[in-house]
Design a protein around this ligand. Structure first.
Ligand code: ADP
Ligand code: ADP
Length: 223
């Protein structure tokens, strides 16, 4: 699903944030990305999502080499990868339902089908009844779940989330994580960057630890 070969990343002329990283994530895995603030967790996720180019090496996602992808293949890849960034980028000039319908409209689905799939996605994240709400009126946890609904409505094979439980209370964080676990259990490859060690202990199968100048890959043994 994801293969990094000797990947390095620097921004502009700066020094490498990530240096000579190689790993492979197979379909259906659940991987946490841990490490101190500023170490490069978001950068790693952005490389996988194709939102930043790498400086050296090669990255394959869903069978495509990201730096050689054709204009024709790009929209398919975009739909195969659901991305939830720290800033949820919700649109506050329209309803929750319209926010979730947007990726389907962009993909060219008829409005009726888009509406019913968007409702189903809202139901999966526990937001039934909030279809007509403006995102601004939703709590932080609800907005986070709305962003997840928008990321999963295209049924991506790969889900990437950057600190999805930051600023949430424990109970809401657990709810958000259980949404990811449910998707993972039906085969969606899932990568989550987090500082939350309790959540990691509870859910992780594998942890990438990103530290300045160092990358480690830990399988987690479940006892
Ligand atoms: P983390 O997610 O682990 O907190 P980031 O990947 O956000 O780390 O950042 C890693 C380093 O890269 C930081 O020093 C950050 O300031 C720098 N950085 C991130 N994005 C950019 C950018 N667009 N331009 C320049 N530097 C950046
Ligand atoms: P995110 O989308 O995950 O919120 P950003 O790319 O906005 O991440 O920022 C991640 C980190 O990188 C932050 O610490 C931010 O201050 C830093 N950063 C972002 N852009 C730049 C930049 N152009 N130069 C230096 N640091 C940056």
């Amino acid at each position: 699903m994801i293969e990094f070969q000797h990947v390095s990343k620097s921004y502009g002329t700066g020094s490498h944030i990530l240096e000579d990283i190689s790993f492979r994530v197979t379909a259906g895995e659940f991987v946490f990305i841990a490490g101190p603030s500023g170490a490069g967790k978001s950068t790693l996720l952005k490389l996988i999502a194709g939102l930043e180019p790498c400086s050296k090496g090669s990255i394959h996602v869903n069978g495509q080499r990201l730096d050689q992808i054709t204009a024709r293949a790009r929209p398919y890849l975009r739909r195969a990868v659901g991305v939830i960034l720290q800033d949820t980028h919700l649109l506050y000039d329209r309803s929750a339902l319209d926010n979730v319908m947007l990726p389907l409209a962009v993909a060219g689905h008829p409005t009726g089908i888009a509406r019913s799939r968007a409702r189903a996605a809202l139901q999966k994240v526990g937001l039934s009844g909030k279809e007509e709400a403006n995102p601004i009126s939703l709590s932080g946890g609800e907005q986070q779940r709305l962003a997840i609904a928008r990321a999963i409505v295209n049924r991506p094979a790969l889900l990437i989330a950057d600190e999805p439980t930051a600023n949430l209370d424990r109970e809401t964080a657990r709810k958000v994580m259980s949404v990811f676990r449910d998707f993972n259990q039906v085969g969606v490859t899932t990568l989550v960057a987090t500082h939350d060690e309790d959540l990691m202990a509870q859910y992780a199968q594998r942890v990438f630890v990103v530290e300045p100048g160092r990358f480690r890959d830990f399988p987690v043994s479940k006892t």
